[in-house]
Ligand binder design. Structure first.
Ligand SMILES: Cc1ncc(COP(=O)(O)O)c(C=O)c1O
Length: 359
């Protein structure tokens, strides 16, 4: 008799695996990690102290309702407490959103290339991905996304600024899009990089959500706030979407450390602003240097830049690594490079210049 193995869902067979940004080597010469859009700064003032204090109570479960954090967020964004839902990173919340809306036979639309978790969470739910190519300018093609809506569409991810291109959607185009999406289709505005935006014509998703019951906004503490390792993000959504998120959450998924660190980060607004400003200055410097070298750089409002290198992608990433920076290649497409500490950005700019000369 042949030995049988446990039967797993067929949906997992062709599941793309989430590729984390490559880690910098632990030994050898200094190598900077510019592959995961992390914040290069240590925790904001007061955050480590809060987290350490919370660590003293590891023997207890965390507050499942994340009461302090939700109260703080509610005041900060002027939204009702029951319109907030937290999760294990915003990717955790994204997965819950798909689980709550789409199953086998249903469709989830998103631009491509965009955040690599979208196809994964869609497939885990048994739903079908409908990927709409970005435009020549690396932007969302909202008209094509509207045209892709069918009566099977349940959710649309709109990532602005978009990972990995950094491109944004402006008010008029986004409002017109939202006005035309059927009201029973959930639109998720993924604003993981919102804090780095400097384009005044880019709307705040939370303003757009207010009078649109089918709009949900995703935010994270991983990027600007620098808490990537603590896994905490949140959604702002109307009922019944917010209630569905609370139902599908892993019980006690968000640790007390993460909750307390997030509250302390929100209370450290001035220091946060300074750090974001410094990263935006560095972003400008890097973009100007690349453009000066002759690169075509997509207009980025995030903490990373995107170079469409096509077939040279892997080679370019290897050259960067030899120069001391680990970047994020998407083979055959391009390279995403996080804006890091100035020394790291210098190494990247130098590597890009040297590569350019050889083209
Ligand atoms: C667009 C976008 N959304 C969501 C996330 C998820 O971040 P986290 O789960 O750390 O909150 C990321 C992380 O890279 C991202 O790029």
């Amino acid at each position: 008799m042949t030995e049988k193995t446990p039967r797993l869902r067929a949906a997992l067979d062709s599941l793309p695996t989430y590729k984390p940004g490559k880690r910098a080597a632990a030994d050898g010469p200094v190598v900077y990690k510019l592959s995961s859009n992390e914040n290069p700064y240590p925790p904001l003032p007061g955050v480590l102290e809060s987290a350490v204090a919370a660590a003293g109570a590891f023997n207890r479960y965390p507050d499942m309702a994340c009461t302090d954090l939700v109260t703080e967020l509610s005041e900060r964004f002027d939204v009702p407490v029951d319109h907030l839902a937290t999760g294990t990173g915003s990717v955790g919340v994204a997965q819950q959103l798909v689980q709550s809306t789409a199953g086998p036979g249903d469709e989830v639309i998103y631009a491509w290339r965009s955040f690599e978790a979208y196809p994964i969470v869609t497939q885990i739910s048994g739903a079908t991905s409908v990927q709409v190519p970005l435009t020549e300018d690396e932007e969302h093609d909202l008209e094509a996304m509207l045209a892709a809506i069918t009566d099977r569409t349940r959710l649309i991810f709109v990532c602005t600024p978009n990972n990995p291109t950094g491109t944004v959607l402006r008010r008029a185009e986004l409002e017109s899009f939202l006005d035309r999406v059927p009201s029973d289709v959930l639109v998720v505005l993924d604003e993981a990089y919102r804090e780095f935006n400097r384009d005044e014509d880019v709307p705040d998703g939370i303003d757009l959500y207010r009078d649109r019951p089918n709009v949900c906004v995703l935010r994270t503490f991983s990027k600007a706030y620098g808490l990537a390792g603590l896994r905490i993000g949140f959604a702002v959504a109307h009922e019944p979407v917010a209630a569905a998120l609370r139902k599908t959450a892993v019980p006690f998924g968000v640790s007390q450390l993460a909750q307390d660190a997030a509250v302390a980060s929100l209370r450290s607004e001035d220091a946060l602003k300074e750090r974001i400003d410094a990263l935006v200055v560095e972003r400008r410097r890097v973009v100007e240097a690349l453009v000066g070298q002759g690169w075509k750089v997509a207009e980025t409002q995030a903490n990373f830049v995107w170079l469409r290198l096509g077939e040279r992608t892997t080679e370019f990433a290897a050259a960067c690594e030899r120069a001391g920076v680990v970047v994020r290649p998407f083979p055959g497409e391009g390279v995403r490079v996080t804006i890091g500490e100035p020394e790291a950005n210098d190494l990247f700019v130098e590597a890009a210049a040297a590569f350019r000369k050889e083209l």
